[in-house]
Design a protein around this ligand. Structure first.
Ligand SMILES: [Mg+2]
Length: 386
């Protein structure tokens, strides 16, 4: 079934509250949606959540924006993918890589749409295209943004009251604040809750970070994400072994994953479909992690219902993803199952709320990503039409 058209356009969803992390200056909520069509009228949906100030460890990757992703898709990537068969996901990635280096968010948006359409053509859910299920649901972590102590406690305890069993606490700006927050959360939440502090490179030097991680461990953290700002500091921190270290900014693609392994620069890896440019790239990162016994989570930039459906299918199919994943729960206005947990947007462009039970998200068995798009909502939130 040949691909006949690929269209990209910007949308913006209303946020429930302000969410920030170290280094993030933009407001969340801006997306690019991709609509891919095949001969016979099968539609595949894709998404990217680009951020201009999200660019890898020590800024080694280029940030992307809604405007750059739309332009790359329209002018550079769609022209080399249109005409391929919808199952040609590897050929599509090769063609996109030949057309432009980098631009992983733009490639991601097409790669997701391709997989959605391919699944619909076959009548199979995407997780089957990725090798089938190794788990039935996804244990999700709620992200608590950079905010004051009392506010962060309210947000975190609200998420736990919703049944969520894992938290990612954003920090890295004020270590004393981070440590006290972890200490009080551990006291309030008990031992069963998974607590990880994401420093977003904010602890900077290895010497500084090693001291902070020892204190975070004593306060009750289960792990620390990206304490250092480069591979050598990450390796030095990991070597001290005080607290498991997760590579996020330091690990975008398979080459980075090999470097993390070679340098002993993390105990855990945070896989994003976006950093790796889609399923095709992320499967390579996952294969390296699985081979080297590195536990992973799947994270992102708080996607809408399309991007998160893709995340969920990926988690179901990948053996190495054994850690709780920072994946939102997407739902149309008025139907969100949780007051706090996974609840970042007041509305979504998918027609049905994701299913949540006991701190886990479930996917449907419907073909492709298993979601339906609400055309009226899409029109409402499009930013390129008045
Ligand atoms: Mg992170």
């Amino acid at each position: 079934m040949k691909i006949t058209s690929i269209e990209a356009f910007p949308i913006r969803l209303p946020v429930r509250r302000d969410f920030k992390w170290a280094g993030l200056r933009e407001d969340l909520g801006g997306f690019v949606v991709v609509r891919l069509e095949t001969e016979g009228g099968v539609i595949g949906w894709g998404e990217a959540t680009p951020l201009p100030d999200w660019g890898g460890a020590a800024g080694r990757r280029g940030g992307e924006t809604q405007a750059t992703v739309c332009a790359m898709v329209r002018d550079v990537l769609a022209p080399v993918v249109v005409g391929l068969d919808v199952s040609d996901v590897n050929a599509a990635r090769l063609a996109m890589d030949r057309a432009a280096i980098g631009n992983s968010y733009a490639k991601l948006s097409i790669d997701i749409a391709l997989h959605d359409a391919w699944g619909k053509v076959l009548g199979q859910p995407v997780y089957r295209l990725l090798g089938g299920k190794v788990r039935d649901s996804v244990r999700f972590a709620h992200m608590v943004g950079l905010m004051g102590h009392a506010e962060a406690m309210d947000e975190a305890l609200g998420a736990l009251a919703d049944g969520c069993t894992a938290l990612q606490i954003k920090g890295g700006v004020d270590a004393d604040r981070d440590i006290e927050l972890i200490r009080e959360l551990r006291r309030e939440a008990g031992d069963g809750v998974f607590l990880r502090l994401d420093a977003n490179q904010g602890y900077r030097t290895a010497r500084n970070a090693i001291d902070i991680l020892a204190r975070l461990r004593e306060a009750g953290a289960d792990g620390c994400e990206q304490p250092g700002a480069n591979m050598s500091s990450m390796a030095a921190i990991t070597a001290r072994g005080g607290l498991p270290v997760m590579a996020d900014e330091s690990c975008w693609d398979a080459v980075d994953a090999m470097d993390v392994v070679a340098n002993g620069a993390a105990d855990w890896i945070s896989i994003y479909l976006a950093k790796a440019g889609g399923f095709v790239g992320a499967r390579k990162v996952s294969a390296i992690a699985e081979t080297m016994n590195i536990p992973c989570d799947v994270n992102g930039s708080i996607e809408s219902g399309i991007g998160n459906a893709a995340n969920l299918h990926f988690v179901l199919s990948q053996p190495c993803v054994t850690l709780p994943s920072v994946i939102p729960v997407n739902a149309p206005a008025g139907s969100h199952p949780c007051a706090y947990a996974g609840n970042y947007y007041k509305d979504d462009i998918i027609t049905e709320a994701m299913t949540v039970r006991d701190g886990h998200i479930f996917v449907t068995e419907a073909p492709g990503l298993g979601i339906e798009i609400d055309g009226a909502k899409l029109a409402q939130y499009r930013q390129d039409r008045g």
